[in-house]
Design a binder for this molecule. Structure first.
Ligand code: HEC
Ligand code: HEC
Length: 407
């Protein structure tokens, strides 16, 4: 099936669910996802709507798309602000050398752009790479809440040397900020390094970093923050498109960031169902909540609606060693191959809606059921906790899965 067909199917599914609104019953999942945070001012809501349009906008070659790219819109991967499909995996590559890891920037790294605008050639992997990593687009709801956490909230959950002896040693990813980075009061400076929180290995510090990276590495669009266009080194050095850089204005970048900041956190479904409540208890009892931390609180924010708010992302935003099976050999910031940031579990029960009916889980979507996903927690820091899950009775396992699907 083509990517487009999957996308259309996802959209149709959402539309069908939306039609069920007339009959009272379960809340409409469509309502729970691409909505603004409650309590925005009318001006903020207008900006949100603007950002929503940009997130869905298909950029054209005339506007600067390419010359090489992966998708022409943010929605092309984050379908309906939800998770992506394995047809749209991102591939990054690099080379392990005696002196460290080489992201092969001189050969088109770190990311592979296989598509191109007319008249250009898409990229292929250079012959001398040693490692690739594949990433499935995550759900992007609630990002503003994660962005509004104080660094100290994240640091307080870290236990890099496992002092408390629970076998879990989450640590933060310290990364070197981009040259345009302006630290806010929530950011703690650690000798020039700052705590990353976005991306599957937490390599990006801010939503601005993530949006600038996506515009360029996913869509081939330059901005004021990164003015050098992509080009395919296999053809010629500097073979770029004809659109003058920067291709998108900082206004567009700002609106996309604002949209990410103000997207609502997902609304739970069936949260008072007795099985869901029992599953929720088990989730904490067996230790899932040690990493997938249920409740966090934002710091003071200039957007009142997300300022000092408790929310439920089910993540600690820390890196954990997940063992050899999930090791991609690909370092990012201070994260090594087997380390991954705990992904938020909010919206998990909505994943299938944006993925064409089947859920795809973990960084590259390799697992298609939640049991399989938990099974793949067996190799690293989470191994005892995965064993706890498999030691549950069948009905307890079912309750825990029912709980996950209510998120
Ligand atoms: C080609 C597919 C693709 C496109 C297009 C794309 N993204 Fe992403 N997005 C991803 C993947 C994959 C990740 C995880 C990246 C990583 O692991 O570093 C991601 C991560 C993110 C995150 C961080 C999520 C988190 O949990 O930390 C945000 C925010 C985001 N994207 C926003 C955007 C915006 C805004 C656009 C459009 C300007 C966009 N994305 C375009 C694939 C895509
Ligand atoms: C040591 C920390 C840790 C513990 C404990 C832990 N997880 Fe995870 N979990 C992670 C990390 C890190 C990932 C991402 C791994 C990857 O993408 O390769 C993950 C991924 C997941 C995912 C996939 C999310 C998605 O969007 O693809 C689910 C579901 C999940 N965990 C559920 C659980 C459950 C249920 C438990 C308890 C049985 C649990 N986890 C215990 C760290 C942990």
């Amino acid at each position: 099936m083509s990517k487009k067909a999957v996308y259309v199917m996802g959209m149709l599914l959402l539309a069908v669910i939306a039609c069920e609104k007339i009959t009272p019953g379960a809340p409409d999942p469509g309502d729970t996802i691409a909505e603004p945070t409650d309590g925005l001012t009318p001006e903020q809501t207008a900006l949100f709507v603007n950002g929503d349009e940009l997130f869905a906008r298909v950029f054209t070659p005339e506007e600067g798309l390419g010359p090489i790219f992966i998708q022409s819109s943010c929605e092309g991967c984050h379908v309906g602000d939800g998770k992506g499909h394995p047809f749209n995996l991102e591939t990054r590559f690099g080379k392990q050398t005696g002196n460290g890891f080489d992201f092969m920037l001189d050969k088109g790294g770190p990311q592979l752009q296989e598509r191109s605008i007319s008249g250009y050639l898409g990229e292929t992997l250079p012959s001398d790479y040693t490692h690739t990593t594949q990433r499935l687009a995550p759900i992007v709801i609630g990002m503003g809440h994660l962005a509004a956490l104080h660094d100290s909230t994240i640091l307080n959950m870290a236990d890099p040397n496992d002092i408390n002896g629970d076998g879990i040693s989450g640590r933060v990813n310290y990364v070197i900020p981009k040259d345009y980075f302006k630290p806010e009061t929530i950011h703690l400076d650690s000798s020039g390094f700052f705590i990353g929180r976005f991306g599957k290995k937490a390599k990006e510090i801010t939503l601005l970093d993530q949006v600038v990276f996506a515009l360029k590495q996913d869509m081939g669009l330059t901005s004021d923050f990164d003015t050098e266009d992509l080009f395919n080194y296999q053809i010629a050095n500097g073979a770029t498109d004809n659109v003058p850089d920067p291709e998108v204005s900082s206004d567009i970048v700002d609106k996309l960031v604002f949209y990410m900041r103000t997207l609502k956190t997902p609304t739970r479904r069936n949260e008072n169902d007795p099985d869901v409540l029992a599953g929720e208890k088990l989730f904490t009892q067996i230790g899932c909540a040690n990493c997938h931390v249920p409740t966090l609180k934002t710091a003071v924010s200039d957007i009142l609606a997300i300022s000092e708010k408790e929310f439920h992302p089910y993540t600690d935003l820390l890196l954990h060693d997940m063992g050899p099976e999930l090791n991609d050999g690909y370092p990012e910031g201070s994260a090594n191959g087997s380390e991954w940031r705990t992904p938020p579990l909010w919206g998990l029960g909505l994943a299938e809606d944006s993925q064409g009916g089947t859920g795809y889980y973990l960084h590259d979507g390799r697992a298609t059921t939640l049991e399989e996903t938990i099974g793949l927690h067996s190799g690293g820091e989470a191994s005892n906790i995965a064993s706890n899950f498999f030691a549950l009775t069948q009905s307890e396992k079912d309750q825990l899965i029912t709980f996950l699907k209510s998120l």
